[in-house]
Design a protein around this ligand. Structure first.
Ligand SMILES: [Zn+2]
Length: 69
């Protein structure tokens, strides 16, 4: 599962970081493309997860991406 279009860099309007992963659609206006992290944050936010909790979940996701198994 490797992305080949690494030259396709987007900048997330929500957090301002550039990313190459497939974008997520913002739940708030259904048209803004945001980075996967913000997509995860919005999803967690919508079910009432606190910011601290969001941070640790996203950190865990990053860890599993960088160290698969
Ligand atoms: Zn973002």
């Amino acid at each position: 599962m490797k992305e080949n279009n690494v030259d396709h860099i987007r900048v997330c309007p929500r957090c301002g970081q550039s990313y190459t992963e497939p974008p997520a659609l913002s739940r708030y206006d259904s048209e803004t493309l945001i980075c996967p992290d913000c997509g995860t944050r919005e999803a967690l936010e919508s079910i009432g997860v606190s910011v601290e909790e969001q941070d640790s979940i996203i950190e865990a996701i990053h860890r599993s991406i960088h160290n698969p198994r």
